[in-house]
Design a protein around this ligand. Structure first.
Ligand SMILES: Cc1cc2nc3c(=O)[nH]c(=O)nc-3n(C[C@H](O)[C@H](O)[C@H](O)COP(=O)(O)OP(=O)(O)OC[C@H]3O[C@@H](n4cnc5c(N)ncnc54)[C@H](O)[C@@H]3O)c2cc1C
Length: 527
């Protein structure tokens, strides 16, 4: 879980550590051949980057601020800071389209250097894209460059310190460039954990989690990232903001919430104070089988409303269960049928035991079948592996992508049916749509869809159409365009519908105040 030895740079055309590239399991290969036929679509080898358009004088100015070695304009570095890791991002990279490459990558160390870069960017009208782990799946790193003297990627890779720990209040202040495993390793030295495990955990950063209001697989127990944040330090073009001087207060609207989820458009987060927990002595994960998705979902709602959530709780629908998506090592293998639920418990042994026994009694009473620890441990073991399979699927001619949304319990059946229908209608016969409930609350839950279809001649256009149809269905059903992937550039039109013209106007007003010349992530988040 805290392995920091993995390569720090991801594959430029795919997900994760190139050394960990995963071929499709034999069982999955058979399934794909059956469903889609075989149609190899390898990525192009040779990619040409547009030349850096930054005037040499501007590069020199940045070098004076940060030192020569921390201002990079070589193709290899710029390529690694081009866009994020959505399937459209990968399809473009695989086709050799790197037109969003930054003109230069700057690597400040510390708040003051970030502030200096922002001041320089304002003076010379450079667009600035804060870059954490580069795992955005909503186009959050594809800022607009037209109208600017250049576009620079502000890479937070050097800002990786644990700045302070308060063992009495149980808080820790972390720098934004720490990736998930690095933050956990530093906290573990103090006997602490953050407990934030999104599927992108290995590469995503503390600053990125805050900037996108991320949610992890253990959020039922530890809380969403925005709920873990106690304080923020932010560098804006107008100066510094330091927010969060108390655990809770009534001092007007909570401005931390304005910065959380601001996706680099209001400022650069340079430090995050988070709530931490003692390292759990015990971690147990187990599987449950439900006769149907509806019954499993009702059981989740029951637990959430009784205040008895385990640390991890997720439920696959019949289709996702039948191909074993919850267990990447077993995809395409024989399935137990019904709907698979994973329940996990972390903490002190007596607390884990007490919670587990009461949850077990409730789930059994509601008709669940306990499958024991093997499926749960297998899920936990492979929990970060599934994204590696996407590259192999794209190679095999399969269009594969995920999307997520969230709604109230009373609306989940409609939302589930409408999104599924929209995706199937757009992508056509043979499309596979899988779903799981990924996060649960007392009042509702998040639905996470995985879609697979045969790639046509224009897989990018094919996906953009399907995504637009699904997004329309989400908004028409009264749900949110995103539970945890954030807005980026991809969700902007639907954000505008979700928050209405007045909401858009408030966002624009805040942007105009904090970033009056509009240098920060132009075109991202704000409609
Ligand atoms: C395979 C895969 C699985 C994923 N699973 C999950 C999941 O389980 N849960 C989840 O919540 N998300 C998930 N995501 C989405 C993604 O990992 C999150 O959005 C993550 O929080 C982004 O962090 P990052 O450090 O990679 O940020 P980046 O991708 O580098 O940046 C994201 C946005 O935040 C801005 N930004 C980054 N750092 C800062 C900063 N310090 N200050 C201001 N702005 C900043 C960027 O400009 C950009 O707009 C997944 C993505 C992938 C590819």
């Amino acid at each position: 879980m805290t392995d920091t030895s993995k390569s720090l740079e991801m594959h430029p055309q795919g997900w994760g550590d190139p050394a960990a590239a995963t071929p499709l399991p034999e069982s999955a290969r058979g399934l794909i051949e059956l469903a889609f036929g075989v149609d190899r679509r390898p990525a192009v080898d040779h990619v040409e980057l547009p030349a850096s358009g930054l005037a040499p004088g501007l590069l020199d100015g940045l070098r004076e601020l940060l030192g020569d070695e921390h201002v990079l304009a070589d193709d290899a570095t710029r390529r690694l800071r081009t866009r994020g890791k959505s399937t459209p991002d990968l399809l473009k990279a695989r086709a050799g389209d790197l037109s969003d490459a930054p003109d230069a990558v700057v690597r400040p160390d510390g708040h003051d250097q970030v502030a200096a870069v922002l001041a320089y960017a304002v003076e010379h009208h450079l667009a600035v894209v804060p870059f954490g782990g580069g795992t955005s799946v909503t186009g959050g790193l594809a800022a607009r460059r037209e109208g600017y003297a250049g576009l620079i990627s502000l890479d937070l890779i050097r800002m990786k310190r644990l700045l302070s720990v308060d063992q009495v209040s149980m808080t820790a202040t972390l720098e934004p460039g720490l990736r998930g495993p690095e933050a956990e390793a530093l906290l573990a030295e103090q006997g602490l954990t953050l407990g934030h495990y999104p599927q992108s955990f290995e590469f995503a950063t503390i600053g990125g989690f805050a900037a996108t209001r991320s949610s992890g697989q253990s959020s039922a127990g530890y809380g969403r990232f925005d709920a873990l944040v106690m304080g923020l330090r932010v560098a804006t073009p107008r100066g510094e903001m330091v927010l969060g001087s108390s655990p809770a207060n009534a001092a007007g609207p909570d401005l931390r919430q304005l910065l959380l989820g601001s996706e680099g458009t209001f400022g650069v987060i340079t430090a995050v104070t988070v709530r931490v927990r003692r390292l759990p002595a015990v971690k147990v994960y187990e599987g449950w089988r439900w006769p149907s998705f509806v019954e499993g979902a009702a059981a989740m709602r029951h637990l959430a409303q009784a205040g008895l959530l385990p640390t991890v709780l997720r439920l696959s629908d019949e289709a996702e269960t039948s191909i074993n998506l919850a267990r990447p090592d077993a995809i395409g293998g024989e399935s137990a049928g019904g709907c698979m639920m994973i329940a996990g418990y972390e903490g002190d042994p007596e607390i884990v035991e007490a919670r587990r026994s009461v949850v077990t009694a409730i789930l059994t009473g509601l008709g669940g079948e306990n499958l024991g620890e093997e499926p749960g441990q297998s899920w936990a073991h492979g929990r970060f592996n599934a994204p590696y399979l996407r590259d192999a699927l794209l190679d095999a001619g399969v269009l594969v992508e995920t999307l997520e949304t969230v709604t109230f319990w009373s609306n989940t059946d409609r939302l589930y049916a409408d999104v599924k229908a929209a995706l199937e209608a757009s992508l056509g016969e043979g499309t596979i749509v899988l779903c799981h409930l990924s996060h649960v609350y007392e009042t509702g839950c998040s639905l996470y869809f995985t879609v697979a279809a045969k790639q046509g001649d224009d897989p990018l256009g094919q996906w953009l159409d399907a995504k637009a149809a699904a997004s329309d269905a989400i908004i028409d059903a009264g749900a949110s365009i995103t539970h945890h992937h954030a807005v980026g550039t991809d969700h902007k039109p639907w954000l505008a519908q979700e928050i209405g013209p007045l909401g858009v106007s408030v966002l624009r007003a805040v942007k105009a105040d904090l970033d009056p010349t509009g240098i920060l992530n132009p075109g991202v988040l704000i409609p």
